[in-house]
Design a protein around this ligand. Structure first.
Ligand SMILES: NC(=O)c1ccc[n+]([C@@H]2O[C@H](COP(=O)([O-])OP(=O)(O)OC[C@H]3O[C@@H](n4cnc5c(N)ncnc54)[C@H](OP(=O)(O)O)[C@@H]3O)[C@@H](O)[C@H]2O)c1
Length: 363
């Protein structure tokens, strides 16, 4: 049988044990500060006053998070007021930019389903005719038309769109504008800012920022005349967080959020907020012609994106997530410290960039 512990820790042994404790304290540190020096900090934290403050803070944060969560759930279940924008007997019109594919085409489909006539916008006439014919076959009672304009060009492409809107078949009235057209749209898709061609930077700015701004500005008086009216702008999570190797695109989408918020405030200041509703979408990974990358759990279909966006109409929020998966992803990402976010995003996007380069070289 060994000796009882009390005997082992005789006075001499206790002195060694204390030394050992100090050595251990010195050796283990947090952020370079030995744990030993943290004992007074710990005692302060453990004091009653500090505990009252931290528990009050914790309760405050919990109340805030619960409120946000319940508001978000309410947003998901409350009925959309989209139909109030379909108020003309002959059927109100919706203009969907970039309607040939992906989310734009899904918007067109959903709006036709809900009784709107749709003006499709795109840059490829053949494709527009094909999409129009397919949609007309699916929705024979709705009216469809199309307009061709290259949204990335400098020569005021919005003009031809506005002209078409002013001359809709049968004197139709536009009540919805979906500023959907956008994307990276240059090759390679992922590129360091320092390596980008100036013309490609301009193309992205024109497509994602310039065109929707001019188009909205030009159509606002007409939308007000046809009130109530709705404007939806397609933003991107890239515009919230800033994603490497798609820097100009990220910036243009950040611009969309600011533009939408500013316009919403302007409508309130002008007393037009009941006449025109405006909102922007924080879209994340969505399967489309322009995005074939898959993210487990968080990739949605274009149909879900358009459907979700239309169900948020009337929520009173200016910036919304069109889908709950993107909301969860965005909320978690927003909680990450910036450094953590960059450490996570950088390698992922670099991988995509290198994969794309590999693909391009192997062609
Ligand atoms: N998909 C995503 O993961 C994702 C994520 C965040 C945000 N978004 C945003 O959601 C919106 C729709 O994206 P998407 O992925 O559905 O796009 P997409 O599949 O690439 O489709 C874009 C549509 O816009 C048209 N288009 C492209 N450039 C044009 C131009 N210069 N002039 C006129 N039309 C043009 C395309 O026409 P063609 O058929 O001729 O190419 C196509 O019909 C964009 O604003 C995008 O930034 C998407």
């Amino acid at each position: 049988m060994g000796k009882p512990l009390t005997e082992v820790f005789s006075h001499a042994n206790m002195a060694n044990a204390n030394q050992l404790k100090i050595d251990l304290y010195d050796r283990f540190s947090v952020a370079g500060i030995p744990i030993y020096y943290m004992i007074p900090l710990y005692r302060a934290w453990a004091s009653t006053a500090a505990q009252i403050i931290t528990s009050a803070l914790g309760t405050g944060i919990l109340i805030y998070l619960s409120y946000s969560f319940v508001s978000y759930l309410w947003e998901l279940v409350r009925p959309s007021v989209l139909q109030k924008y379909c108020h003309v007997q002959t059927g109100s019109w919706a203009l969907v930019t970039g309607a040939n594919d992906g989310i734009g085409r899904a918007f067109a489909d959903e709006l036709l389903e809900r009784g709107f006539n749709v003006l499709l916008h795109g840059r490829n006439e053949e494709k527009l005719k094909r999409v129009q014919a397919e949609l007309a076959a699916k929705f024979p009672r709705r009216k469809l038309d199309y307009v061709v304009a290259d949204a990335s060009s400098y020569d005021r492409p919005e003009r031809s769109v506005v002209e078409k809107v002013e001359n809709l078949p049968g004197g139709g009235k536009l009540t919805i504008l979906i500023n959907n057209v956008g994307g990276v749209n240059t090759s390679p898709q992922y590129c360091s800012l320092k390596d980008m061609r100036p013309a490609d930077i301009d193309t992205q700015i024109n497509l994602n920022s310039r065109f929707p701004t001019h188009l909205t500005s030009a159509l606002l008086p007409l939308l007000h005349e046809n009130k109530p009216a709705l404007i939806i702008n397609a933003g991107s999570a890239a515009g919230v967080f800033g994603v490497p190797y798609i820097a100009p695109y990220s910036a243009t989408k950040g611009y969309i959020f600011a533009l939408t918020k500013a316009l919403a405030s302007e409508l309130v200041a002008d007393g037009w907020e009941k006449d025109i509703e405006v909102m922007s979408l924080i879209i994340n990974n969505t399967r489309s012609a322009g995005n074939t990358a898959e993210m487990p759990l968080f990739t949605i279909d274009a149909k879900d994106c358009a459907k979700g966006a239309l169900s948020r109409v009337g929520s009173g929020c200016v910036t919304v997530y069109p889908n709950w998966r993107h909301a969860v992803q965005g909320t978690v990402m927003a909680l990450l410290p910036e450094k953590q976010f960059m450490a996570m995003m950088g390698p992922e996007m670099k991988k995509r960039k290198l994969e794309e380069l590999g693909k391009v070289k192997s062609l």
